[in-house]
Design a binder for this molecule. Structure first.
Ligand code: JFZ
Length: 422
């Protein structure tokens, strides 16, 4: 296991920011709603490049305050930020010498990545940059724009060497230490070019991580499908990118937000399967984070302030076989502490049952309280079944997720489920 993954393995929870020109239409073009992600509006509505480019003449996010973003992310319990330096539309949110299509040529005119990089450095926050390497709807040789350009004349290498490589170099030379480059949608990009791109990153910043979506397992960890969580705990690092509503970019209409309880449930599940959750906000055209997003994230942050020990530093129990009717597990392998996340609080007699844990529990309490909880742990020899009952207080301490801390005698060991004779 390479050491440079350490910060990532410890981080658990990050903030994804999808922000670009698409925040202006916010999912609606000439009165017509655009299907799927609002950041895909140009492609989904086949907006001619010349028309889409007009948005740049309007972009003036006067409310953008990089320090506010970074401080909020910290308050919300997040340990890294992933920002869209260039999304599929091809527009650079930073000062690039490679193309005129950037934030510099807007009424706003200031480098967003620079401001975020400064704020992150001052606030001790890890900055990661999203870069769409394959799709670029502005470049005649980039992938995806079939309505402005004739694909027959395309030369992907011209785009790759003319825009991708020099832009990634800019991003990794001009903004200090970058934690990770977050590539996306590699589709069928040739493996040699993906390798070259990884080399470019490593040459510029050997410590910089590369996410799984560079393709062909060339990244440092695997990216789950958007909003997806694996069933089994994974030993290697992975990450789950997740939206708060149903879109990555800002939307005027989508208020289908996950509530804080659901977000916490997702965070616990991802972390309990050995992963990181990178949770998205889509700022509006003025640079304001949607109010509802802020409300949800601050609720989650408050829960983390009390229950952070059950998230940071934890993963899952390798091969733990059961789904649990009352909630989920996270586990700290260094301290041999198990955390039971009780989402469905039991009625009388106020007990929960954990089956499948072979290790002896030596002390059990609600996280943050010193008062010991009554337990009963047994092994039924004929059935080969381990049981741990925990008796909870009558009154539910936390409606969202009551965390029970279980100190174990040794490393947690899970029971195997099967009938084979041992
Ligand atoms: C991609 C982008 O197209 C999208 O705009 C956003 O940036 C998101 C984070 O990533 O969309 C994907 C990529 C991969 C999957 C789904 C959506 N996937 O593997 O399921």
């Amino acid at each position: 296991m390479s050491d440079k993954l350490q910060w990532f393995r410890e981080a658990k929870y990050g903030l994804f920011i999808h922000w670009g020109l698409y925040a202006i239409p916010g999912g609606t073009w000439k009165g017509q709603p655009s299907p799927h992600g609002t950041e895909w509006i140009m492609k989904n509505m086949k907006i001619p490049l010349a028309e889409y480019k007009e948005l740049a003449k309007q972009f003036n996010p006067v409310d953008f305050d990089p320090y506010y973003y970074v401080r909020q992310a910290k308050k919300w319990g997040m340990k890294y930020i992933v920002f869209t330096a260039k999304h599929h539309d091809g527009f650079a949110m930073y000062d690039t010498k490679v193309s005129d299509y950037s934030i510099i040529n807007t009424p706003y005119g200031k480098d967003i990545v620079r401001q975020l990089a400064d704020a992150c450095r001052d606030e001790n926050m890890t900055l990661c940059l999203y870069y769409s390497q394959m799709q670029d709807w502005e470049h005649p040789d980039g992938n995806g724009n079939t309505w402005d350009f004739n694909l027959k004349n395309q030369d992907f290498k011209r785009y790759f060497y003319g825009k991708v490589v020099p832009q990634v170099k800019e991003l990794l030379t001009n903004y200090g230490k970058i934690g990770m480059v977050w590539f996306d949608t590699p589709y069928d990009m040739p493996i040699e070019l993906c390798r070259e791109l990884a080399d470019v990153v490593h040459e510029c910043q050997p410590e910089c991580l590369i996410n799984g979506r560079i393709g062909y397992c060339l990244g440092d960890f695997r990216e789950a499908a958007d909003n997806a969580i694996p069933v089994l705990s994974q030993e290697e690092c992975w990450e789950s990118p997740m939206t708060l509503n149903h879109t990555w970019g800002y939307s005027h209409t989508d208020d289908n937000f996950k509530d804080p309880k659901t977000v916490i449930e997702n965070l616990v599940r991802v972390v309990g399967k050995g992963g990181n959750l990178v949770l998205n906000v889509g700022p509006d055209e003025f640079g304001k984070i949607p109010e509802r997003s802020e409300e949800i994230l601050s609720e989650v942050g408050k829960w983390l302030e009390v229950n952070g020990k059950s998230i940071y530093g934890t993963t899952g129990i390798p091969n733990f076989p059961y789904m649990l009717p009352w909630g989920d597990l996270t586990y700290n392998d260094e301290t041999h502490t198990l955390y039971l996340h009780v989402k469905n609080y039991p009625n009388f007699p106020y007990r929960i049952l954990l089956t499948g844990l072979k290790t002896k529990a030596i002390a059990v309490n609600i996280l943050g309280s010193k008062k010991p909880l009554k337990i009963s742990q047994s092994y039924e020899i004929a059935r080969d079944e381990n049981r741990l009952y925990v008796f909870l207080p009558e009154e539910c301490p936390d409606d969202i997720d009551t965390v029970v801390e279980v100190k174990l005698e040794d490393k947690a060991k899970a029971q195997t489920v099967g009938t084979a004779k041992k």
